[in-house]
Design a binder for this molecule. Sequence first.
Ligand code: UD1
Length: 422
Amino acid sequence: MEKLLICGGKRLEGVVRIGGAKNAILPILAAILLNKSNDEIILTNVPRISDVAKMVEILRSLGAEITWSGTNMAVSPRNLTGYAVEEHLMREMRSTIFLMGALLARFGQVCISHPGGCAIGQRPIELHLKGLKKLGAQIREQHGYIYASCSRLTGADIHLDYPSVGATENIMMAAVYARGVTVISNAAKEPEIVDLQNLLNKMGAKIRGAGTDQIRIIGVNQLHGVEYSVIPDRIVAGTLMIAAAATGGEIILENVIPGHLEAVTSKLRETGVQIREESERVLIKAPKRLRAVEFVRTLPYPGYPTDLQAPIMAALTLADGTSMVVENVFDSRFKHVGELNRMGAQIVVASDNRTAVVHGVEKLTGATVTAPDLRAGAALVIAGLAAEGETIVEGLEHIARGYENLEGDLNKLGAEIKRIRV
Ligand code: UD1
C-alpha cells in the first residue's frame, strides 16, 4: 500500500501549470459516443487521472477504440455496439450515470447498474430519470439495474427542481438527437457544462444557453468528428491556491481561467491572501497567518464549490479567529473533520451535519490520517503541508481519482512529500 509522507512547514513558492478538468472530461467522454459517423474524436489536455482511466475502460467495453498518449486521446466510436454497462465497471464510478443520456440517444436503449450512494452522501438520480422520461424514455428499475428505452426522443420543456450538474449534462446529451426543441430551465451553470456545450456544438449539435439557468437544444440528425481541448481544472487550481494560502506561500498558476475561480479568489482575499488575475494566470501571495472568515457556504456555481470545502477548511484551522463552514450541496461531506482534529484542529460539527465551526489554532501537528474521499484527501495533504512534523496520508486511491500528480506539483513548489510503500 502506498502512502504520502509529508514533512510539514515548507512555504510553497514557484510556478505550476494546471491540467484538464476531471469534471469536464468525464461528461465529454460520454458525449463523444453520440458520434455516429466514422470520424475520430481527438481530445487534448486530457488529465491522467484514475477516473478517466476507468471511463476509458468502460468505453472500450462498449466497443470504442481509444488511443491515449500523454494528454492526447483519440476515440473512434465507429464500432460501438454495446449499450449495457457492466455492473462492476459502473460501481467503480458514479459519473457513468451520464452514459445514460448519450447511449439512449444513440441506441434507443440503455442498461446501467444503479449508481447507489457514495462517500459524500446519498446522491440520488431522480432528476436525471425525470428529465429523460420527459423526453419520452420509458424507464424501468429492477434488481439494482436501470433500463431505459425509446423509439426517438422528443424535445420537451424540463424544469429541474435543483440545478444538478450531472442531470443537466445527461439531459443535454439525450436531447441532441431528440425531435424538436428541448429547454432545460433551472439548469446548473458550472463551467464544465459550457465546455460540454462547446464540444457538442463543434460536433454539429445546436445548443445554446449553457452557463445560464436556461439551456436550449435543437435536435439534429447527425454529429461528426472533432478536435477539442478540455478546459483547465478549476478545482485543482483552487486546491493549490489554498495550499499556498495555508503555508504562507507565493505561487503562480498557469493555464487557468481566472473567471472560473471567482468564488475561491474572493474567499481567499477575505482571509488576507493577495491574488492577481491575468488572462491565463493567477498569482497568489499569502500572509504568514490567515484571518478567519465569517462564512464559507457551498453552493451551485457561481457559488463557493463544494469540492473545495474540505481544502479551505484545512487552511482555516490555522487562521486567527473562528470560521463557519456550511455544506449546502451534499449531505455527508465532513468526513475530513475527524482526521483534521487528530492533527490538532478544533472543529465542531453541528448535529445537522451541515455546519462546522472551525476555531483557529496556533499549530497543527503531524499525524497518520486517512483520506475518506477525493477532496477530503486533498484537504489532509494541505493540513500536512502546514503542520509541524511528519504527516502520513493513507487512502491515496481517492486522491488519484482527481489529481494527476498532486505531490509532484507540490514538490515542484518546494514541499517535501515522499511516496512510501508500506
Ligand atoms: C458534480 C461533480 C462533483 C461536484 C458536484 C457539485 C462531476 C463528475 N462531478 O457531481 O465533483 O461535487 O457536481 O458541484 O461533474 N441530486 C439529487 N437528485 C439528482 C441529482 C442530484 O437530489 O437526481 C443532489 C445530489 O444528491 C447533491 C446535489 O443534488 O446533493 C448536487 O448534485 P449534482 O449537482 O448532481 O452533482 P454531480 O453531478 O453528481
